[in-house]
Design a protein around this ligand. Structure first.
Ligand SMILES: [Zn+2]
Length: 78
């Protein structure tokens, strides 16, 4: 798995939507790639925050802008 492959799977991985074999592949990659490890940690953190927010309200604009600024350089190939 390349870093690019991981970026494509990141959302499903964090959302627990990957089949077990794919999760294992991602976990093996993270173990050997500190950059992706950090990315997954940040993303997991963001998803947790987002889920804790009331679903009926959109994210505060400033908060969303910060998240995008943090994640977009990592996900620019999407
Ligand atoms: Zn990587």
């Amino acid at each position: 798995m390349t870093c690019e492959d991981l970026h494509k799977l990141l959302r499903e991985f964090v959302g627990n939507e990957l089949v077990v074999e794919s999760r294992t592949t991602v976990e093996v990659h993270i173990a050997g790639c500190p950059h992706c490890g950090t990315l997954v940690q940040s993303y997991t953190h963001v998803v947790r925050i987002a889920r804790a927010l009331p679903k009926t309200r959109p994210l505060p604009a400033a908060f969303e802008a910060r998240l995008r600024a943090m994640l977009e350089p990592e996900l620019k190939d999407e």
